[in-house]
Design a protein around this ligand. Structure first.
Ligand SMILES: CC(C)(COP(=O)(O)OP(=O)(O)OC[C@H]1O[C@@H](n2cnc3c(N)ncnc32)[C@H](O)[C@@H]1OP(=O)(O)O)[C@@H](O)C(=O)NCCC(=O)NCCS
Length: 187
């Protein structure tokens, strides 16, 4: 596994159960500043997160991403256990120094080594940032599986995927991609 560091700052991978109250609060604060959105229910909405964090030498959180378990199904392939990435954020005073890239590179290393995941995916605010890091835009239609049926997602919804060692070779970016329904943002 290659761990990419930025200066002396090395990303750490932390399951949510190992995060204390103050660390959770710090993640919520960082994301609220970065997205200008309410993240206060993040840990209730996503109880099974694994986090990638970069802190400065004083322990302050500079950059963050997390992944949750989702079940994406591309075209006629089986439903794939998918590491779905949320809350990618770097403190505004520290952007453009490679921290966000280092966090995402570490995240892909971690999910690749874990061996539980067949795909990584996310809904990008800005696809260009992720494309440089090997993420590919899903070109086919998107839909949400709910009950017995599927509900098409609006055409402005965007998803990117990152192939992993266990990703099926037949993955077709032009096919239909479905995900299980969830509360809140569906993608
Ligand atoms: C997106 C974000 C996480 C990037 O963090 P960062 O630590 O600045 O990222 P990096 O320093 O690793 O950036 C690496 C490169 O991507 C570029 N980049 C950064 N943000 C970008 C964006 N939104 N779109 C396109 N390119 C971007 C940088 O210019 C840099 O390019 P360079 O290497 O040629 O100089 C940060 O801008 C942020 O927190 N934004 C607000 C929250 C947000 O939009 N999160 C993403 C949601 S999907």
């Amino acid at each position: 596994m290659m761990i990419r560091s930025v200066g002396a700052l090395t990303p750490e991978v932390v399951p949510v159960g190992d995060l204390g109250h103050d660390e959770r609060r710090e993640i919520i604060d960082l994301c609220e500043r970065a997205f200008d959105e309410d993240f206060s229910r993040f840990f209730e909405q996503f109880p099974d997160t694994i986090h990638v964090l970069i802190r400065d030498s004083g322990g302050h959180l500079l950059s963050h991403a997390a992944w949750v378990t989702r079940w994406l199904q591309p075209g006629t392939l089986p439903i794939l256990p998918t590491a779905y990435v949320e809350a990618v954020a770097t403190d505004s005073d520290h952007r453009g120094s490679g921290l966000g890239s280092a966090v995402l590179t570490r995240l892909i290393d971690a999910v690749s080594c874990d061996g539980s995941w067949s795909l990584a995916a996310l809904s990008p605010a800005d696809p260009a940032f992720y494309a440089r890091l090997g993420w590919e835009v899903w070109r086919g239609p998107l839909a949400i599986r709910r009950g017995e049926g599927i509900e098409p997602s609006p055409p402005d919804e965007q998803v990117m995927v990152h192939r992993l060692a266990l990703t099926p070779v037949g993955l077709d970016l032009d096919s239909l991609l479905t995900a299980e329904w969830r509360e809140g943002e569906l993608w």
